[in-house]
Ligand binder design. Structure first.
Ligand code: 2X7
Ligand code: FE2
Length: 328
């Protein structure tokens, strides 16, 4: 009796052992994460002022405060390992759902429709189609309207290109590029925000499932009222200032929330911000970013602030990697 019980017990132990993962760390190791989230504005003036080989017009500089801000952002993340950069751009405007670039590579000439004198940029960018499709599929399962953009002649918007260049001028990492579903215009800022909070959650969970490390970028200005005429020398900084005092007050209010870890208040005040400051977060990028970062309550780093043809622009980093479990 005791012998057969012993055999029975050892069988159970053997079964339990065979159920065990031979590599108990595997699941943990495979979990992906967002290592940082940023506001990375895209006025083409910043690329024009840098004079990279890819851009045809040449300049004498300008907008240094913001360009130094981007330098500080790049430096801050230079040692933080990441596999992919995810961008949501308000200049890729889609009215039926959210779209994702869905081919391995896109190359062409991008010309800014309002500032063709500043931005004629020859781009060549690579896409992480696998991750883009995973986010697309999970969004579809959650009931959002989505589409993969698989037209090889599709012209990538200048917001994506400018943010892509300023964040990573070497273009040596693949991108996931997400369109701006114009639900603010079609419905309201409230509807837009509800959809972007859902897309942000799905983006975060999909990155975690994917096993990849990602930096996510909301490509947008803050207040967005701009001058209707351009000075003779666009980079003449004696002509640059915020469009109005009201725009300045809104920018400082949002920056205060950013720096003091009050992202829920940004979401709460988003409809007023969009309406009163004509904010470029009407495209959904900022709501998506805050949601993907799980509405952080720790302070973000303000790397720079400056105006561009009257609009307010902040370069901001939420350093998620400093706030992971066990990192303190
Ligand atoms: O797209 C932009 C922008 N958001 C702000 C200022 C100037 C030009 O382009
Ligand atoms: Fe813009």
């Amino acid at each position: 009796m005791s012998l057969s019980l012993g055999v029975f017990n050892s069988k159970i132990i053997a079964l339990a052992e065979s159920d065990k993962d031979p590599n108990p760390l595997r699941h943990d190791m495979a979990k992906g994460k967002i290592v940082a989230g940023c506001i990375a504005p895209h006025p083409p003036h910043l690329v024009y002022a840098e004079n990279p080989d890819q851009n045809e017009p040449t300049s004498e500089g300008g907008w240094e405060q913001l360009r130094w801000g981007y330098e500080r952002l790049r430096e801050s993340l230079s040692e933080i390992e990441h596999d992919v950069i995810v961008i949501l751009s308000p200049h890729w405007q889609t009215y039926v759902g959210t779209h994702f670039l869905g081919l391995e590579n896109f190359q062409s000439l991008s010309v800014d429709p309002v500032f063709p004198n500043l931005f004629r940029y020859h781009y060549d960018l690579n896409i992480d189609v696998e991750l883009a499709k995973q986010i697309h599929d999970n969004a579809e399962k959650a009931g959002l309207a989505v589409k993969m953009m698989e037209n090889p002649d599709f012209r990538v918007d200048y917001g994506t290109i400018t943010t892509g260049h300023l964040f990573n001028p070497k273009w040596d990492k693949p991108l996931v590029v997400i369109s701006s579903n114009r639900s603010t215009d079609y419905y309201s800022a409230e509807v837009m925000q509800e959809m972007m909070i859902e897309l942000g959650r799905i983006t975060r969970e999909t990155i975690e499932e994917s096993g990849k490390k990602a930096v996510i970028l909301a490509s947008n200005s803050l207040s967005h009222r701009h001058f209707t005429t351009e000075s003779e020398i666009p980079e003449d900084m004696s002509k640059e200032h915020i469009a109005s005092h009201a725009m300045h007050l809104w920018d400082m209010r949002i920056i205060d929330y950013i720096r003091s870890g009050q992202t829920q208040r940004i979401l709460d005040e988003m409809p007023e911000f969009i309406e009163q400051a004509i904010a470029e977060s009407d495209g959904g990028g900022l709501s998506w970013l805050i949601s993907a970062l799980d509405t952080p309550d720790y302070p973000a780093i303000l790397h720079g602030y400056g105006t561009i043809i009257g609009t307010g622009n902040a370069v901001v980093e939420w350093p998620c990697y400093k706030h992971e479990e066990g990192s303190q």
